[in-house]
Design a binder for this molecule. Structure first.
Ligand code: NAD
Ligand code: NAI
Ligand code: ISE
Length: 335
């Protein structure tokens, strides 16, 4: 029987994931939705044949909902994930798991006390073919030891509600998780540099920002976060190793030759750039629930990302290099 999924937060990505679960992946469909924007969500519920719930808590408590997807605004994630754990239900939570490390720790503690991994965090880059190929080369040491990474996370534009801290909390958090997973190493320090700004930003957003991360073995990563770059959605990851270099390509299935030019287009947004990764992420999430064993990014990964993101905030304020230290990993999350 199909898994019956409840989705809390039916904005941009919530609607994407509903379409994905109902029309692209196999083994699940959406039966329940909740959103504080009642008018819009009631209409959507009708359209997709799901039930609307006044609160996320009511949706989670319904025995006819087997598993939950949280795609509401960042500050609401923690409360719904904790509620799902209380009901012993599997929950997929979009990043960030919580907006601070105390919130992520409360989730880790609740999951450990419950004795079972129920939470998966929406770090979809782990399912992107390009990142997977980089990981294979790094793990096999095909080009020797990795030494340096040059990365960029560029969005064409962001809206006025997007302020300076979000460059880390909402955007760089993807690299914070993906690069730790790629290198299989935790970070030990971070520095954040605030360079010359684009004229396309607003007064509450310093754009671009530069993040310099250092891992346990001394690998240095420079990450540019530039969210008003104007020209497209552009993700870079160049890994410099002892005997060679390997980097991500912007995936493209066509090439245009016209008017004296020969080019491929840049992805316009995250939806299209990571479409295959989101599909794979959800298909495997469904399989793991069916097998009763979560295989994707865990609450511990969400917690480690949040410790790093908090250190980035301190580093940005102080301009200094800031040490990153972690508690020991609970047995539940050890491989
Ligand atoms: P959005 O603003 O389009 O949608 C959020 C929705 O949540 C809105 O419909 C809002 O009404 C609803 N909402 C807010 N608080 C709520 C609550 N307490 N209960 C129920 N609904 C609530 O935002 P978005 O772009 O869809 O982002 C949603 C989440 O997804 C964010 O956490 C964001 O970080 C994450 N996200 C992840 C990716 C990714 O690449 N993995 C991409 C985009 C967004
Ligand atoms: P959005 O603003 O389009 O949608 C958020 C929705 O949540 C809105 O419909 C809002 O009404 C609803 N909402 C807010 N508070 C709520 C509450 N307490 N209860 C129920 N619903 C509530 O935002 P978007 O872009 O869809 O992002 C949602 C989440 O997804 C964010 O956490 C974001 O970080 C994450 N995200 C992840 C991406 C990824 O690449 N993995 C890409 C985009 C977003
Ligand atoms: C958004 O929430 C995402 O998660 C996207 O992947 C990211 O590129 C963007 O900067 C965020 O705002």
């Amino acid at each position: 029987m199909d898994l019956r999924i409840g989705v809390i937060g039916t904005g941009a990505i919530g609607q994407e994931h509903i379409q994905r679960l109902n029309h692209k992946t196999q083994g699940a469909h959406v039966v329940a939705i909740s959103d504080i924007n009642k008018e819009k969500a009631t209409l959507l519920a009708k359209e997709i044949g799901a039930k609307f719930y006044e609160t996320g808590e009511a949706l989670i408590a319904d025995p006819e909902v087997d598993a939950v997807v949280v795609t509401s605004w960042d500050p609401t994630h923690e409360q719904y994930v904790l509620e799902a754990i209380k009901h012993n239900k599997y929950v997929f939570c979009e990043k960030p798991l919580a907006t601070d490390s105390e919130g992520c720790r409360r989730i880790v503690d609740a999951e450990v006390a419950n004795g079972k991994k129920l939470v998966q965090v929406g770090f979809m880059r782990r399912y992107d073919r390009g990142y997977m190929e980089l990981k294979e080369v790094i793990e096999n040491r095909q080009l020797g030891e990795p030494l340096l990474l040059h990365c960029a996370h560029r969005n064409p534009t962001v809206d006025k509600n997007y302020e300076t801290p979000m460059a880390i909390i909402n955007t760089a958090i993807h690299e914070i998780d993906a690069l730790r997973w790629l290198l299989q190493e935790d970070y030990v320090s971070v520095q954040v540099i605030l360079p010359k700004q684009t004229s396309y930003t607003h007064e509450k957003l310093h754009d671009p920002q530069m993040v310099i991360l250092e891992t346990k073995s001394g690998i240095h990563i420079d990450l540019e976060v530039f969210v008003n770059c104007q020209f497209g959605y552009d993700i870079k990851c160049v890994v410099v190793c002892e005997t060679g270099e390997i980097s991500l390509e912007d995936p493209s299935y066509t090439r245009v030759k016209a008017k004296g030019k020969d080019y491929t287009t840049v992805s316009p947004d995250w939806q299209s750039r990571f479409m295959d990764a989101y599909d794979e992420e959800f298909q495997l999430w469904i399989h793991s629930i069916q097998a009763d064993a979560i295989t994707g990014p865990t609450a511990w990964d969400g917690y480690v990302a949040s410790i790093t993101m908090v250190a980035c905030g301190v580093a940005r304020e102080s301009g200094e290099r800031v040490a990153i230290s972690l508690d020991s990993c609970p047995t539940l999350y050890q491989a």
